[in-house]
Design a protein around this ligand. Sequence first.
Ligand SMILES: CCCCCCCCCCCCCCCC(=O)SCCNC(=O)CCNC(=O)[C@H](O)C(C)(C)COP(=O)(O)OP(=O)(O)OC[C@H]1O[C@@H](n2cnc3c(N)ncnc32)[C@H](O)[C@@H]1OP(=O)(O)O
Length: 187
Amino acid sequence: MSRVPGSWPPVEIEPPVLHPNAPAPGTDLGVHFAECFGCGEVEGGLHLRSSVGDDQTVQSKFTVTRAHQGAPGLAHGGLLACAFDEALGSAVGNLLRRPAVTGRLETDFRRPVPVGSTLYIEARLDGTAGRKIYVSADGRLDAPDGPVAVSARGLFVQVGIEHFSTHGDPQALEKLAEAQRKNQINP
Ligand SMILES: CCCCCCCCCCCCCCCC(=O)SCCNC(=O)CCNC(=O)[C@H](O)C(C)(C)COP(=O)(O)OP(=O)(O)OC[C@H]1O[C@@H](n2cnc3c(N)ncnc32)[C@H](O)[C@@H]1OP(=O)(O)O
């Protein structure tokens, strides 16, 4: 049960409809962008690894290293929130294949997450309302059925692809499109 007040999703939603080219359960999702702090090969990054689960979920693993500390020996809460942003975004991007950005992210920190532990994060699509996409996730300590250490809920907002070229780095965007073509990701 969430500790964040208010019902979830906060508006009337439609059930999520998976994209016809959404990867099948069991598919390893790889790295969506080599320079992504969440899943890329970035020094000190989170190196999240994700695969498609059953029932409109994405399963991710995040191992906490010394680079992720806040208090000595414990994961920094902001980095944990980042891991959930990545896991939730991966569920939206891969299962719905709608370009979207995080509009709102809420996290409940329930247990300390020590350096060396692995969070098993299950992110699920909750529903959509027009451009708004509601997703939530639980992260369990050291095993897929371990105790819940962190829970999160996110609102992603669908954007046009020009969002990334207008506000971001068009060259990096082209690199990303090239990587997706190589991986035969059909938008
Ligand atoms: C495609 C192929 C994929 C292939 C596979 C890819 C895998 C891919 C993995 C990615 C994994 C990375 C995951 C990291 C994802 C980031 O970290 S994204 C970076 C962080 N986020 C940002 O930078 C977003 C910055 N914010 C913005 O650009 C704009 O505020 C937004 C979010 C686009 C919304 O602006 P807008 O388009 O003008 O829309 P706006 O009318 O303001 O809002 C739309 C609706 O959302 C609601 N809304 C917006 N913000 C909020 C809020 N904070 N609270 C409540 N409601 C809100 C509005 O009230 C509105 O509701 P309605 O009026 O429609 O009922």
